[in-house]
Write a protein that binds this ligand. Structure first.
Ligand code: AMP
Ligand code: MG
Length: 408
């Protein structure tokens, strides 16, 4: 793979779609692990998950009534009731001609019987039962294996396991399933100005939010997250932190990837053998995004502004985490929306505007950009449901335009 960014129309910036393709090309699904069914929801099957048993596992009654021989009911005649069988019990002896065995829904059909006479279709007189009419072979019987044969595939490799798959596997006698391992994500934030969440204010310093944001988003995407202490803008501290952060499958570094004198992240990564795949995307917010790899470890250098961090995560990091977990088609989670008011891109970059996204009467999301727009405007983020995407070549889009949106 080329490590040189392809400039887009002379801007020196990579198109968002091209940047995502370069990320996706570096991602391989993580190896399989076995998990209990109680932890399988949302995981992606690494192998076909098959039924351990036939379903039903034995011929069962579908109704409350009497197990009978069909031939005893045509013409109908009185049958001696020889006992009663509840679900979970097994008949001690085969059913003999001229007799019937009381049976409840789900109980195993006794050998010898070939039909179930529904209680509604029977006249009971003491220990004698008479069918109101003939009962054909197989009536109200659920035969062994008619639903699922033992060994049948209930969830194919690559399938994201939903409630429907887990339910079927549990019914099919399966206790655990092979799924792709969760990625281990290390999170670093650089910035000498950063204060811990909830710390007392100090002159010249700002409260840090990106580590928490990244942790929430990465955990929501299925990752196991290791959060590191804040890193000072100083080459040795940055180098040591990057070294520690390269221990997992993915390293997310917040801040320090621009071109300022205190941006030490790129040299620290490159000195540690992390190969640059691209730097700078035609995206606002998020232009300085850096992406590289060392072996199978992926590294995202995310611009420090909180909205840039969120935007870059939604577009690139989240889908990569899903692909690592085996979701082969995972991609940026665009959803269709409609502009409620006109909107335009900023300075030649595809622009993610913070927006309210509310369902219109026809079910389509109506996007209303927030009044303020800027990568540092956390107030606008708080007032939004996500972003509406305005392509760099769109010019001014009129109200009613079909657009893509990203929900946070
Ligand atoms: P940088 O990408 O390091 O140039 O940071 C860009 C802007 O984002 C600066 O105003 C930083 O103070 C701010 N910033 C950097 N890191 C964080 C963080 N972890 N949480 C909140 N804001 C940050
Ligand atoms: Mg910084």
């Amino acid at each position: 793979m080329s490590t040189k960014p392809t400039s887009s129309a002379g801007t020196g910036l990579l198109e968002i779609g091209e940047a995502w393709e370069r990320v996706a090309a570096c991602v391989s699904p993580l190896p399989a692990v076995s998990v209990g069914l109680d932890a399988a929801l949302g995981r992606v099957a690494a192998e076909d998950a098959v039924s351990a048993v036939d379903l039903p596992p034995f011929d069962r009654s579908a109704m409350d009534g009497f197990a009978v021989l069909s031939s005893d009911t045509s013409p109908p005649r009185g049958l001696e009731v020889v006992g009663e069988l509840a679900a979970g019990e097994v008949a001690p002896a085969p059913l003999m001609p001229g007799t019937a065995l009381g049976i409840t829904t789900g109980a195993a059909l006794p050998s010898g019987a070939d039909a179930v006479l529904r209680i509604e279709d029977a006249k009971v007189d003491g220990s004698c039962v008479t069918p109101v009419g003939p009962v054909a072979v197989g009536t109200s019987v659920r035969y062994r294996g008619e639903d699922v044969a033992g060994g049948a595939v209930l969830a194919s490799a690559g399938c994201a396991l939903g409630v429907q798959h887990v339910t079927a596997l549990a019914s099919a006698g399966v206790g655990s399933v092979a799924v792709h391992r969760r990625p281990v994500v290390h999170v670093l934030a650089t910035g000498t100005e950063l204060l811990e969440v909830g710390a007392a204010p100090e002159p010249g310093r700002i409260h840090e939010s990106n580590r928490l944001t990244l942790r929430m988003l990465a955990e929501r995407a299925g990752a196991e997250v290791v959060v590191h202490p804040v890193v000072l803008d100083e080459p040795a501290a940055t180098a040591a932190a990057v070294e520690a952060g390269l221990a997992g499958d993915v390293l997310l570094v917040s801040g320090g990837v621009s071109v300022g004198p205190h941006d030490h992240v790129k040299p620290a990564l490159q000195e540690r053998g992390v190969e640059e795949v691209f730097w700078r995307v035609r995206l606002k917010p998020g232009k300085p995004l850096w992406f590289g790899r060392r072996g199978a470890t992926l590294v995202f250098g995310l611009p420090g502004n909180p909205l840039s961090t969120v935007a870059c995560f939604l577009l690139f990091v989240g889908p990569a985490l899903r692909r690592l977990q085996g979701e082969a088609a995972a991609a940026p989670p665009y959803v269709p929306a409609r502009l409620a008011v006109p909107a335009r891109p900023a300075d030649g970059r595809t622009t993610l505007l913070t927006a309210r996204l509310e369902r219109g009467a026809d079910g389509v999301l109506e996007a209303t950009p927030t009044e303020g727009q800027g990568s540092h405007l956390t107030g606008a983020l708080a007032a939004s449901d996500g972003f509406v995407v305005v392509p760099h070549d769109a010019g001014e889009l009129p109200a009613g335009s079909a657009v893509q949106a990203l929900l946070v």
